[in-house]
Design a protein around this ligand. Structure first.
Ligand code: NAD
Length: 355
């Protein structure tokens, strides 16, 4: 939140964004613009057909193709793909897919290769300088300008095939970005309007996109919201919510977006009492009297599993995660000690509504 006497510092990310139906077909021109002649293409399995089309369109600009994307970016996979990229003399990386494909591309970009991202979900990773890899169940994250894509091609048509469940979960992941951006340490008068606008866009469009996946207006608005949410998070930073999700995801291999969805109402509910007037602005953007309840209702209405226990989190994790996070607590508007983290995690594990 804005510091004393209204002072704040904001660091923007220098990304060229090309948005619109069909813009994926302009990838070759974007690579030429960047002077990239030998790229590695990393594509999610679900985007195989689109990746095949891209391979044909990239022609001589492609030197290597990787299909084996995995969630939470295992360190060995990141190393293997980086080694391959070096061996074939690649001069850039292109990703096509969700946050897992972008995440692998970012891990490779840490070697200095420029990244171009073509996202197909609402994860928003392509807008942030945050990278993450997982070694032996521990997710390590960091911030590095080298992983920021040079160009992002947002083509809403690529999101039409997203099944309702992934649309909902990934959209809730984006909602988590903009809500946490409202209260994170770097939140400022520059990030707040972006985050609130993203909230409005996501809350209005996601329920439509879940039942009408081919609704171009809803898909376009949701993707703009996801982009704004990622930008807001890049400026404001992360806090308690993302910390809990990273520990849970890394330790227990929980599905990333679904974990965000189940946990979010509880973290919002935990912070709401200390946010002052921001709490009301947040509730208006989400569309009802209390943001935490609205977030819970939105996710449930879209058919998401709201109990972390049903997503594979063992009951013993409640104490383990509370102890780990309380030992090095992240910045949060309301201090979170071990006892409060235990009760927050228990409620999320059981899938109760927010306190
Ligand atoms: P994901 O990339 O694993 O995709 C989820 C599922 O959707 C996968 O099964 C995938 O194959 C499928 N899918 C993707 N696009 C599809 C499409 N167009 N049609 C049909 N199916 C499709 O998951 P995600 O939720 O997009 O991203 C999660 C990952 O991103 C996590 O590892 C998380 O840590 C990372 N992330 C990082 C940041 C950051 O700033 N660094 C931000 C958000 C997420």
């Amino acid at each position: 939140m804005t510091g004393p006497a209204g002072r704040f510092t904001h660091e923007g990310v220098p990304i060229r964004i090309v948005f619109g139906a069909g813009v994926r077909n302009g990838l070759a021109e974007e690579l030429d613009r960047l002077g990239l002649r030998q790229v590695v293409l990393i594509a999610s399995e679900s985007s195989r057909a689109e990746a095949d089309a891209m391979v044909a369109a990239l022609d001589h600009r492609l030197t290597w193709r990787v299909d084996g994307v995995r969630q939470h970016v295992p360190t060995e996979l990141a190393q293997e793909v980086t080694d391959d990229a070096m061996r074939v003399g690649a001069d850039g990386v292109v990703t096509l897919g969700g946050g897992s494909a972008t995440g692998l591309g970012k891990a490779v970009a840490l070697s200095g290769l420029p990244l171009v991202a073509v996202p197909t979900t609402y994860a928003g990773s392509e807008m942030t300088p945050v990278w993450g890899v997982t070694t032996a169940g521990r997710k390590q994250t960091g911030c590095d300008p080298r992983v920021v894509p040079k160009t992002v091609l947002y083509d809403p048509e690529l999101t039409y095939p997203l099944p309702p469940h992934i649309t909902a979960a990934s959209g809730m992941n984006a909602l988590a970005h903009c809500l946490e951006a409202l209260w994170a340490a770097g939140a400022s008068p520059l990030t707040e309007p972006l985050a609130l606008d993203a909230c409005r866009a996501l809350c209005a469009s996601l329920p439509v996109a879940v039942v009408e996946p081919w609704d171009s207006k809803a898909r376009g608005r949701a993707l703009v919201g996801a982009c704004q949410a990622g930008m807001a998070l890049a400026g404001a930073g992360t806090g308690l919510h993302h910390k809990l999700c990273h520990v849970l995801g890394g330790r227990y291999d929980l599905p990333h977006a679904e974990t965000h969805a189940a946990l979010l109402p509880h973290v919002v509910g935990f912070n709401e009492p200390v946010l002052g007037s921001l709490s009301a602005r947040m509730a208006v953007a989400v569309g009802t009297g209390r943001a935490s309840t609205a977030v819970h209702d939105l996710a449930s209405r879209m058919g998401l599993t709201m109990a972390l226990g049903d997503l594979g989190m063992p009951e013993s994790a409640i104490g383990e995660v509370a102890t780990e996070v309380a030992a090095a607590p992240p910045q949060n508007p309301r201090p979170a000690d071990e006892a409060s983290l235990r009760s927050l995690l228990r409620a999320a594990w059981e899938g109760d509504g927010p306190a």
